[in-house]
Design a protein around this ligand. Structure first.
Ligand SMILES: NC(=O)C1=CN([C@@H]2O[C@H](COP(=O)(O)OP(=O)(O)OC[C@H]3O[C@@H](n4cnc5c(N)ncnc54)[C@H](O)[C@@H]3O)[C@@H](O)[C@H]2O)C=CC1
Ligand SMILES: O=C(O)CCC(=O)C(=O)O
Length: 468
């Protein structure tokens, strides 16, 4: 890692607080967290000091995939240079762009693989303006001192509401009836159209979305069962079942809310469709790799599955347009030809409320990390928060040392820091990676340079940042 990854808090820029309308109603407002939270999570009377690193230079941020205005405003408000694009980028263009930036903001489509990240010599931090982080090589990022943040639940309610809409839409074949009417055909039928009251919803993955959905479904008179690799407290009268097979055999509607992992790849395939009740329904708003789509097509053609709603696909286009064709996914035409199938373009989290909240949450996490080194909410580094330095402390510096988690490092670091007054220090590890933060007082520019040079010379070093 090069020392160039120390970046500047541009001087003379005030940290601005922003309020946004993030409502459950169009008129309500939501204020972002208080400044004491911004200052590192602990109440403190003096104004937090604007930290700048040893080497100055403007913070360059690339925001892809139409990150919400709220996030853009917060980052621009800091005086950072923000480049904004509505789409994701193909790998070659991404590599060109990422070389130059300190921060990249993405959603679910941009693949930050090891190949891409190894070109990102200045990259300090990735902001995933979404829940899923499967699109980022988290391990590679951690091993190279690149922090990754996401928004763990700001769009959960939006996904849960979409799924509720889909359950009724499938049960009543609303998609097909609406399409027929659009073509001028009146087709008033009740055969194989059902109420959802009294039916069983099987939720696979009972996390933020699954559990939220459970409450909504019970409120509409459904019975809820769920399967999760963890033993989780049931909400309402929902019941955890011990195996996926047990869930598939009992549920009238199966809905998937698991992350993309090696274990969830093709989790629902021919064998699992075989276990499902005849005439049941499948909903997937998790990740496209979780369902084996050719197997779904067969199960629907056989009548085993009476309807399906898909929001996610193994391959998704980078931008809006006429891209959802057989070039993208070879089974595209077959899927579109089925009856009672709802196909949506990965919009589970696409509501004004969710996108605004995500914009605020992730942008604020990025600002805290850039300006203060605080890792609260990071998905790949240990979570560290320490009271901010304040304007009352003129000759202080914050030392951040990201290192390999091997024996003896703290002794060596503290030998280096021992010549100075360490006001506060904190260290934590996550797997192979450890993160140390120390505030030292009465340091002059030469001291800061010496501290950095000494830390940089340690074998365990991944990244040194000094903010002062
Ligand atoms: N369609 C869309 O726009 C959106 C899709 N998502 C997707 O939904 C997924 C779930 O989101 P959350 O509920 O917020 O995640 P979460 O992390 O809160 O919950 C996921 C649950 O799945 C469980 N799980 C993991 N592996 C499993 C396995 N092999 N079998 C059974 N259970 C397993 C976990 O233990 C956890 O309880 C995200 O990872 C993301 O991929 C999230 C937001 C929007
Ligand atoms: O809104 C997006 O782009 C992605 C939503 C999603 O899948 C997520 O939050 O994980």
């Amino acid at each position: 890692m090069s020392a160039a990854r120390d970046i500047a808090q541009p001087q003379g820029i005030e940290e601005r607080r922003v309020s946004y309308s993030l409502s459950t109603s169009p008129t309500a407002t939501f204020a972002s967290p208080s400044s004491s939270f911004m200052a590192g999570g602990l109440p403190h009377r003096a104004a937090p000091k604007q930290l700048k690193p040893f080497h100055t230079g403007d913070v360059k941020i690339l925001l892809l995939e139409n990150v919400n205005q709220t996030g853009r405003d917060i980052l621009k408000g800091q005086g950072y240079q923000v480049e904004f694009l509505k789409t994701s980028l193909p790998e070659d263009q991404l590599i060109e762009k990422i070389r130059d930036v300190h921060v990249i903001g993405i959603r679910s489509k941009t693949k930050l693989t090891a190949k891409v990240l190894q070109e990102a010599k200045n990259l300090l931090v990735v902001g995933c303006f979404c829940i899923g982080t499967n699109q980022v090589d988290l391990d590679y990022a951690a091993k190279h001192g690149i922090a990754v943040f996401n928004s763990p639940f700001a769009n959960s309610r939006s996904v849960a509401e979409l799924v509720i809409a889909e359950i009724i839409t499938l049960a009543r074949q609303l998609g097909d009836r609406s399409n027929e009417m659009h073509r001028g055909t009146w087709n008033k039928v009740s055969a194989k159209c059902w109420e959802i009251r009294g039916k069983t919803l099987g939720i696979v993955g009972y996390g933020h979305i699954g559990s939220q959905l459970s409450v909504l479904a019970e409120a509409m008179g459904m019975s809820v069962i769920y399967y999760d690799i963890l033993t989780l407290m049931a909400i309402g009268t929902a019941k955890q079942v011990p195996t996926l097979d047990a869930l598939l055999q009992e549920a009238d509607f199966v809905t998937l809310h698991v992350p993309e992992t090696p274990e969830t790849k093709n989790m629902i395939s021919t064998k699992q469709f075989g276990q499902m009740k005849k005439g049941s329904y499948l909903i997937n708003a998790s990740r496209g790799t979780v369902v084996d789509i050719p197997a779904l097509i067969n199960a629907m053609r056989d009548g085993k599955v009476a309807g399906a709603a898909l929001d996610v696909y193994p391959n998704e286009p980078a931008a809006n347009g006429d891209y959802f064709n057989s070039n993208l996914n070879q089974w595209g035409e077959d899927l579109r030809g089925l009856s009672n199938i709802i196909l949506t373009p990965h919009i589970g989290g696409s509501t004004e409320e969710a996108q605004r909240a995500i914009g605020v949450e992730v942008a604020e996490a990025l600002v805290r990390y850039i300006n203060q080194g605080v890792t609260l909410g990071s998905v790949n580094l240990p979570e560290i928060a320490m009271r901010a330095l304040t304007l009352d402390e003129p000759e202080h510096a914050r030392v951040i040392y990201i290192h390999r988690n091997v024996p003896g490092v703290l002794r060596k670091v503290n030998e280096i820091l021992a010549e100075h007054n360490v006001d506060k220090q904190i260290s934590d590890s996550k797997g192979d990676i450890a993160y140390l933060m120390a505030d030292v007082s009465s340091v002059k520019t030469d001291d800061i340079k010496n501290i950095r040079d000494s830390l940089d010379s340690l074998n365990s070093r991944i990244l040194t940042r000094i903010l002062y």
